[in-house]
Design a protein around this ligand. Structure first.
Ligand SMILES: Cc1ncc(COP(=O)(O)O)c(C=O)c1O
Length: 490
């Protein structure tokens, strides 16, 4: 019988000290270990709870494991059918040692091993299939078709912007918006240090020079103070990115733009549904861009949208999206354009997703409220911001871990993974990555982004996440901190 390698992270012999069991529990991050005798046979289990109770009862960390372990426990033969194993796992019995014919543990089953919680999954059980089927049965599968127009119209209306241009993803949305607004070589565009690389890449594609600004500690978004210091005669635009769902300081940024005659392109890829002082993000600037990648608040698989205020700019973007081909004269090209079109199939999914956007945003905010309540009791965790003027769309629930609590962000990621919880680190600062080093100005520092990037973790945030899943994530986080504390204090 072969051993699963993970079982070794659970085994302790009965004559070892309680402090050794604590180390094992801390390292496996599962709250339990399996106790064996000298010949390797299973004779008990010991949990962090057992140890805590034993210490209260006067035992010490030098006591032997055999004196604190439970001798009544559940184990199963490793040959047990999977459905029977799963039926035995409950909220109380979360780990089951699986033993060979000699009662030697060779593997284990756990609730989290059976149920992996992803960072994000789409929800596509509305009208998506019906509308896509219609595209297929009618043959309108390419980028002509009623759904593209409808998606653009309904999306622009929702966001309170005049014009919508559907495109193939959120990255080309940024590029197209900038080109349509006339940004190119010789121009400077200010972008936040904390964002997904597509924001800065879109600027570089145009030939313009990106200028990187730190974010502010309150909202994690583009700092108006930092922007002011970076303006030069070449500055043409600023790009507020509403990161993780929180709106930027739009009043301050729009005032700066007005004073210096700058264009504003809002990157709203992560903030559909978010409001700044009651107004939809994406409706402040000259253009706004969105992404409908599979992990976004609404998805079309891949997809994006640009919203514009000016009809002429929108018309130019529509031409550029379609190879730069004249709308009046077929196969006549006035510009070097692109093929950035969205298909009717993608738009059909988008229309169905939009029908449920309010419901999705509500689910996101509910998800965030549950995490906030569970995590804010931990003084070493900072929950995501929501300024009094903001309505956070909570696209991706992101918290900051203070390493002084004894658990680093990276350790938390690793241990949550062992508990079947997928997470994400916060983006690396743009200023630290090779393609963008040349855009950092002499003496520039980015303390806020550095801090957030080093210590930020994003938790599972699907609209489908259940109360049980969130509860098990919160329990796992709390157990990881508690075990570490107990371990360190001994
Ligand atoms: C802030 C931001 N901008 C732009 C994008 C690019 O969108 P896409 O992946 O659809 O190209 C993303 C996400 O993917 C993003 O998070």
């Amino acid at each position: 019988m072969s051993h699963s390698p993970e079982i070794n992270e659970f085994i302790i012999t009965a004559d070892r000290a309680v402090k050794d069991a604590l180390k094992i529990i801390d390292s496996n991050a599962q709250g339990t270990c399996f106790v064996v005798d000298q010949s390797g046979k299973l004779i008990g289990v010991v949990t962090d709870g057992d140890i805590r109770r034993a210490l209260i009862d006067g035992k010490s960390v030098e006591s032997k494991v055999m004196d604190v372990m439970q001798t009544k426990y559940t184990s199963l033969p490793v040959t047990t059918p999977i459905d029977q194993i799963q039926a035995t796992i409950t909220d109380r019995i979360r780990h089951i040692p699986l033993v060979d014919e000699n009662n030697v543990p060779v593997d284990y089953a756990s609730f989290t091993r059976a149920h992996r919680i992803p960072v994000m999954t789409p929800l596509l059980n509305g009208n998506e299939l019906k509308y896509v089927t219609e595209c297929i049965t009618t043959g309108w599968i390419s980028s002509q078709g009623a759904y593209v127009k409808k998606f653009e119209q309904v999306f622009a209306e929702y966001s309170a912007m005049q014009y919508g241009v559907a495109v193939s993803n959120g990255t080309v949305a940024i590029h197209l918006a900038l080109v349509a607004l006339g940004i190119g070589e010789g121009d400077e565009v200010i972008v936040p240090d904390l964002t997904f690389a597509a924001s800065i890449n879109g600027v570089i594609y145009t030939g313009a020079t990106p200028v990187i600004a730190d974010v502010d500690a309150e909202t994690w978004t583009l700092s108006p103070e930092a922007v002011k210091k970076l303006i030069t005669p070449k500055t043409k635009a600023i790009m507020p990115v509403h990161i993780y769902g929180h709106p930027c300081h739009m009043d301050e940024l729009m005032a700066i733009a007005k004073e210096h005659n700058l264009l504003v392109i809002e990157d709203c890829a992560e903030a559909l549904g978010a409001l700044y002082k009651g107004q939809h993000v994406g409706s402040f600037g000259d253009a706004a861009t969105f992404s409908f990648f599979g992990n976004k608040t609404i998805t079309t698989g891949e997809g994006g949208m640009v919203l514009f205020k000016d009809e002429n700019v929108c018309n130019k973007a529509m031409v550029l999206r379609d190879h730069g081909m004249s709308k009046q004269k077929r196969y006549w090209h006035d510009f070097v354009g692109f093929n950035y079109r969205m298909t009717n199939i993608q738009a059909a999914i988008g229309v169905a997703q939009l029908e449920r956007l309010d419901e999705f945003v509500k689910a996101k905010r509910n998800m965030a409220a549950v995490y906030n309540a569970g995590l804010s009791v931990n003084t070493h965790i900072t929950i995501p911001p929501e300024m009094e003027w903001a309505f956070n769309g909570y696209w991706l629930y992101t918290a900051i871990i203070d390493p002084k609590g004894g658990v680093s962000r990276d350790e938390l990621i690793e241990k949550l993974m062992k508990n079947g919880v997928e997470t994400r680190p916060v983006f690396y600062p743009l200023h630290a990555m090779p393609p963008y080093l040349e855009y950092v100005r002499n003496g520039q520092t980015f303390p806020v982004t550095d801090h957030l990037s080093r210590n930020g973790i994003s938790l599972p945030s699907s609209v489908t996440i259940s109360a049980e899943e969130q509860n098990s994530i919160l329990k796992a986080v709390s157990a990881i901190f508690k075990t570490r504390k107990l371990n360190d204090s001994n």
